[in-house]
Design a binder for this molecule. Structure first.
Ligand SMILES: C[S@@+](CC[C@H](N)C(=O)[O-])C[C@H]1O[C@@H](n2cnc3c(N)ncnc32)[C@H](O)[C@@H]1O
Length: 256
């Protein structure tokens, strides 16, 4: 057995995370450069160290989950969400059930709340936001961001929903209250149901074809009929009808 395969099975037992569902070459490269930096020679020595040292375990978890995010990432898509997708969904239902899956440090669910607030009052907005990584969820709940993650935020939204604190911007409580953060593994934990909108962006690129296939099927089951899946700008679904989806706009899929 290659030592990476052995490492995968030990990590699965220890953390429940199945690295075999992440693209192998990419993940191996990331982890090899990490363990070499820490002075280990192979995956087995590295596992032994992780097993005995919680700081190393946290560092490993931090490295395998790639956490970069920003507000209004790929801004044009958020315009489509605001001008076309939300009006369409709100025609049928004024109180939408929304899930931001793999939400990282919170920029994505908070952007959803900000965009939706142009259509409905904040008190009627409730967004579930999940991620595998408990550390990013803690940061998301704090809601303090460096200026660079806000470069796509429209000026009126910046003035309305952020407070400038030197080099950082704090998301106002009225927006924070609309989002509930929860730890969830897309590759194993149960999904909810009855969603009108699922936003899952910039995480599928790390998964194997087999894992993606499972996740798209599960998203389809979790959506209401007519509900929308909004994916990342490199993550077009090759064969949407296989999962009961039709494309409504590039990167937006409607459940039939
Ligand atoms: C690049 S970030 C994407 C953040 C945000 N969706 C965006 O587009 O800006 C990828 C996120 O996926 C999370 N992630 C990785 N594997 C996951 C899994 N199996 N289940 C849930 N989240 C996962 C990581 O922790 C990370 O926060």
């Amino acid at each position: 057995m290659s030592d990476y395969i052995d490492f995968i099975s030990k990590i699965k037992k220890k953390t429940g995370i199945d690295l075999s569902l992440y693209k192998e070459a990419q993940m191996k490269r990331r982890l090899t450069s990490l363990y070499e930096k820490r002075g280990f020679r192979n995956f087995l020595d590295y596992y032994t160290a992780i097993h005995n040292d919680s700081d190393l375990l946290h560092e490993f978890l931090d490295r395998m989950t790639i956490n970069v995010s920003e507000f209004y990432r790929n801004a044009q898509r958020w315009e489509v969400l605001e001008k076309k997708i939300f009006p369409m969904l709100l025609e049928k239902n004024k109180k939408l059930k929304i899930w931001s899956a793999a939400c990282s440090t919170g920029e994505e669910p908070y952007s959803i709340a900000m965009v939706l607030s142009s259509h409905v009052p904040l008190r009627d907005i409730s967004i579930l936001a999940t991620d595998l990584d408990a550390g990013v969820l803690e940061r998301a709940k704090v809601g303090l961001y460096p200026e660079r993650s806000l470069k796509e935020v429209p000026k009126n939204i910046l003035d309305k929903y952020f407070v400038n604190e030197g080099q950082h911007y704090q998301v106002k409580d009225e927006i924070k209250k609309t989002v509930q953060f929860k730890q969830q593994n897309l590759l194993g934990d149960p999904y909810g149901s009855g969603f009108d909108l699922i936003v899952c962006r910039n995480v599928m690129i790390y998964f194997t074809e087999e894992a993606k296939d499972q996740i798209y099927s599960d998203f389809s089951k979790a959506l209401n009929q007519g509900g929308i899946l909004f994916v990342g700008s490199t993550e077009q679904i090759f064969n949407p009808s296989k999962y009961g989806f039709e494309s409504v706009e590039t990167f937006f899929y409607r459940k039939l």
